[in-house]
Design a protein around this ligand. Structure first.
Ligand code: AMP
Length: 512
């Protein structure tokens, strides 16, 4: 079944129901959304785009993201969502690799034509108004037949090593993701609303699917990005809202709440649920978030290859402060979501006993069909139905998965394994530390030396001596950083992940 049917169903049953808001203004009802998507689907079909052809979405968050996305699925096309922060050269590489035919863009993100396309449409142009003019009779535009295993979403991995790979995410994968949300993340009704702060080209945008399943409202901030004051204001006007946020975004929301003196009750009136994931959430940070904003958090762990579906740490687990292993649990990523099995395995894929550290494997209906036109990489990533995630972690006896760092981030110093996250967790409990990232730097004596980049809380003075004293009190001597670099910010990608590769490069450049 095609994902387009989800929209048709609500448009027929409740055409007047508000569907998409741009800022606080209503942009489309369910009837209008479907009529516009059907109108565009007809144009795409008339232009000779066939089911299975690729169209690129390269824009900031915009209400038309949703209209174009569902139009493409209506016409049976495969959407290629592109990170708005990519360099033109990188985007053109994706256009070529995916053999994309059309692109829908916003002019701020793509001011010039991209090479290799048949047509590029600025979604804010009169041409887009014409293409998205509502179909007079949407029942005259049949939804293209798609099998559950056909690709819907061709997501390019960030490709920190080598060229990015196109991850083939099918209609079945996304249906599974949508339904699993209701079981493992949160219940949603038509009265609810989601706000898109994080980029819609990633998991945040995919959460449109469960919200569409429920016939809920979709809110796109006018800024098209994350501005905590704007998000809180939208929450007060249209909420309480749900949203997906990387840990760095959660931190900005919490900072805003604290700085403006908002109470947990104020936070509750603005936000129903904040789903966090995509990067490590440190214990000190989630405890502060719970204290300032109340019990409105749920964690998920997934990756582009099994989008938004891996494990979940529920609101209930996060509230269970009396549990004897509460701290371990909130440092974990929770338990397997309902649609998948999780296993920790050795290099040969053999399951390891509870407590042992190995690679995290995922199996289930959310796992990608494979990498686009890359048999070799597909065969390496999926073996015997299990997705080898490249993440390293361990399971406890209750089924909670704790992630260590990705294998490439592990530091080996003097022959001992040091997991940066453990050191980061400790640094974050030191007064005056806002953010911390730990990496290994080449060291002639130790092989690698632990180096900490630390961002102080605004207005505080941190000293190396104080940081070192704090680490010595909490962790083994060999794990404590050999150097502390106090910096004003950490390099992050568009999705809010700290770029450890950039930190390592910075250190390498300094040592030459
Ligand atoms: P992406 O494919 O860009 O979504 O990145 C997925 C990767 O982000 C995973 O393989 C993990 O390394 C990391 N990640 C995702 N969710 C979490 C989480 N809840 N905690 C820690 N790391 C995470």
């Amino acid at each position: 079944m095609s994902l387009a049917h989800l929209l048709v169903r609500h448009a027929l049953a409740a055409p007047e129901r508000p569907a998409i808001h741009h800022g606080a203004e209503l942009h489309a009802t369910y009837g209008q959304w479907a009529a516009r998507s059907a109108g565009l689907a007809q144009h795409l079909h008339d232009a000779g785009l066939h089911p299975g052809d690729r169209v690129l979405l390269y824009m900031r968050n915009h209400p038309r993201y949703l209209e174009v996305l569902w139009a493409a699925w209506w016409a049976g096309l495969v959407v290629v969502p592109v990170n708005a922060k990519l360099h033109t050269k990188e985007v053109e590489w994706i256009v070529d690799n995916a053999q994309a035919r059309w692109a829908f863009v916003t002019a701020d993100v793509a001011p010039a034509p991209l090479a290799g396309l048949e047509r590029q449409v600025d979604v804010e142009s009169p041409a887009a108004d014409a293409l998205l003019a509502p179909a007079e009779d949407m029942s005259a535009v049949p939804v293209a037949e798609r099998a559950a295993g056909d690709t819907a979403w061709l997501f390019y991995t960030s490709g920190t090593t080598g060229r990015p790979k196109g991850v083939m995410i099918t209609h079945r994968n996304l249906m599974t993701m949508g339904m699993t949300y209701f079981v493992d993340v949160d219940n949603i009704s038509a009265a609810d609303a989601i706000v898109y702060g994080a980029p819609m080209s990633h998991g945040a945008g995919l959460y449109a699917i469960p919200h569409l399943m429920a016939g809920a409202r979709h809110v796109v901030p006018l800024s098209g990005g994350v501005d905590p004051a704007e998000l809180f204001a939208l929450g007060r006007a249209l909420g309480p809202l749900s949203t997906f946020a990387a840990p760095t975004i959660v931190k900005r929301l919490v900072d805003h709440a604290e700085e403006t003196g908002l109470t947990p009750a104020d936070a509750a009136s603005a936000f129903k649920t904040i789903v966090y994931g995509g990067a490590p959430m440190y214990v000190a940070d989630i405890r502060r978030a719970l204290r300032v904003m109340g019990p409105r958090f749920v964690q998920i762990y997934g990756q582009g290859e099994t989008p938004m579906v891996g494990t979940a740490l529920s609101r209930r687990h996060l509230a269970d402060t009396g549990h004897p292993r509460y701290l371990e649990r909130i440092a974990s990523v929770g338990v397997a979501q309902t649609a998948v099995r999780i296993r920790v395995a050795d290099e040969q894929g053999r399951e390891l006993p509870v407590g042992e550290i190995g690679e995290v494997l995922v199996k289930g209906d959310s796992v990608m069909a494979g990498y686009w036109r890359n048999e070799q990489a597909s065969a390496a990533a999926i073996r015997d139905g299990w997705l080898f995630t490249g993440d390293v972690g361990c399971l406890d006896a209750d089924g909670f998965l704790t992630l260590k760092d990705r294998s490439k981030d592990l530091i080996i110093s003097g022959g001992s394994n040091i997991y940066p996250r453990e050191v980061e967790e400790v640094l974050l409990t030191c007064a005056g530390v806002a953010e911390a990232a730990v990496v290994g730097a080449p060291d002639p004596e130790w092989g690698e030396a632990v180096v900490a980049f630390v961002v102080p809380v605004a207005g505080t003075q941190l000293t190396e001596a104080a940081l070192d004293r704090h680490c010595l009190e909490q962790i083994a001597r060999f794990k404590r950083p050999k150097r502390y670099l106090i910096v004003s910010q950490l390099p992050k990608n568009n999705y809010g992940k700290v770029l450890k590769t950039a930190l390592r490069e910075q250190l390498a450049a300094q040592s030459v």
